[in-house]
Ligand binder design. Structure first.
Ligand code: BGC
Length: 431
């Protein structure tokens, strides 16, 4: 019988076989290797930022937030009460999303967006949401692009220095501090976390890409032996590139359609930049293997692309009038099949996200006392907006189960505009 479950299992896409504990063990091994500077799919990148720094009041800082799809610039100042105020905000498409750009165009474009803000502040916090090795002075050297950005000349460049070089002729004299968006998100959670007497922190992003950051004792960062051994710092785990995870036939087909096949295995199963495309790969296979009516099968085979939002809206309401799938002529059986297949894709993504969050909280070492939980600040549209499979509540329940059985207490928070707020904290406090 060609049931949906048989079809999924036949292709190695079996959510009931997902072994959370084995994955947490695998995460722990990769993290230990990454912290020791040994080969690992987790880069475990030191941020050279801690969580205790005092934020100066009423001192504006420029923030550049280079995210997955958008480039945002603004200024931020914290009041004496610690509350941030965002001003001079503007946003545009991230260069390299639509078409390939060279390094000169990439940095000059960002500088042109920053130039109007130069009269308002002297320093810049640069939230750079890609894998970048951070120097002790908080510059960042791009290791490789993720999220399908097309700007190959930027790889290997120090993004802070490159931006600064283009701003100096415009009158800029300050410093540019670069940090990952998960590090910024963690920092944005700190003031709330302090009120909760938090024992440690996690920053998590689930948007176009995915990743977590957490606080690690310097003594455990074996690859940086010169650090003060009694301190700690925020580490960008780069969990999107976690590799020891089973790949279904569909994942392999998706990889073949990306610019970086064989990389970012975890992210390509979870994040908004890929879920629509992954769903379309699944639907096309279902069409080929007779799970849909011939009419639906030929329409789906002809679809060139599928946005994550289109798949999510349809699976949430198969009678919606939004997006590419709602425009197809489908029988009710087709609708049931498409919905069930989409649910499988989003269910897996939400469970894997929970494993990522839980592992990061475990690694933080906090939460052993109910009075001192781990503070987990989460940001990203995929986490908050995905409707299918009760995405967020499923993820929360799975996270809770994984942490409760270990006696780890946690609180999840959501500080609006976390990457911007945290970049401002880093821009004002980095030394
Ligand atoms: C990047 C990470 C980033 C994450 C979330 C991934 O593609 O490699 O550095 O934190 O997306 O934006």
């Amino acid at each position: 019988m060609n049931t949906i479950l048989d079809f999924l299992k036949r292709h190695g896409f079996d959510n009931s076989a997902l072994d959370a504990e084995a994955l947490i063990d695998a995460f722990a091994k990769e993290a230990a290797a990454g912290l020791a500077g040994q080969p690992s799919s987790l880069a475990m990148i030191p941020s050279y930022l801690g969580v205790g720094a005092e934020i100066p009041a009423d001192k504006p800082v420029i923030v550049v937030d280079a995210g997955g799809t958008n480039l945002r610039v603004c200024t931020v100042a914290f009041g004496a009460d610690g509350k941030p105020a965002i001003s001079n905000f503007s946003k545009c498409a991230m260069p390299g999303v639509e078409r390939e750009v060279g390094a000169e165009e990439f940095f000059s474009f960002i500088a042109s967006r920053v130039e109007p803000l130069l009269p308002f502040a002297s320093d810049i916090g640069f939230c750079f949401s890609y894998p970048a090795e951070i120097t002790p002075e908080c510059d960042g050297r791009l290791i490789r692009w993720s999220k399908q950005i097309k700007a190959p000349e930027v790889v290997g460049k120090f993004v802070g220095a490159e931006l600064r070089r283009r701003l100096v002729p415009m009158g800029f004299k300050g410093r540019v501090s670069v940090m990952n968006d998960t590090v910024a998100t963690l920092l944005a959670g700190v003031s709330d976390g302090i009120r909760r007497n938090s024992s440690s922190y996690v920053g998590m992003i689930l948007g176009t890409g995915t990743n977590t950051a957490t606080v690690v004792a310097n003594a455990a960062i074996k690859k940086c032996p010169g650090l003060p051994q009694d301190g700690s710092m925020i580490i960008n785990l780069e969990t999107g590139s976690f590799a020891p995870i089973p790949l279904s036939d569909f994942d392999k087909r998706l990889h073949a359609l990306t610019l970086d096949p064989g990389h970012y295995n975890f992210e390509k199963q979870i994040s908004g930049g890929y879920l629509g495309q992954l769903g379309l790969v699944v639907l096309k296979a279902a069409a080929e293997e007779g799970l849909l009516t011939p009419k639906a099968a030929s329409q789906i085979a002809a679809l060139p692309a599928l946005e994550n939002r289109d798949l999510d809206e349809f699976c949430d309401n198969p009678y919606c009038d939004f997006g590419a799938l709602s425009a197809l002529e489908l029988s009710d059986d087709d609708r049931r099949t498409v919905q069930a297949l989409g649910e499988a894709v989003y269910t897996r993504a939400s469970l894997l996200s929970a494993i990522n969050i839980a592992f990061s909280a475990i690694l933080s070492g906090g939460g052993k006392d109910p009075l001192a939980p781990v503070c987990i600040n989460i940001d990203g549209s995929t986490y908050f907006k995905t409707k299918t499979a009760d995405f967020k509540s499923r993820c929360e329940a799975a996270t809770r189960a994984l942490l409760e059985r270990r006696g780890i207490h946690h609180r999840t928070i959501c500080i609006p505009d976390s990457p911007i707020i945290g970049a401002a904290v880093a821009g004002l406090t980095a030394r």
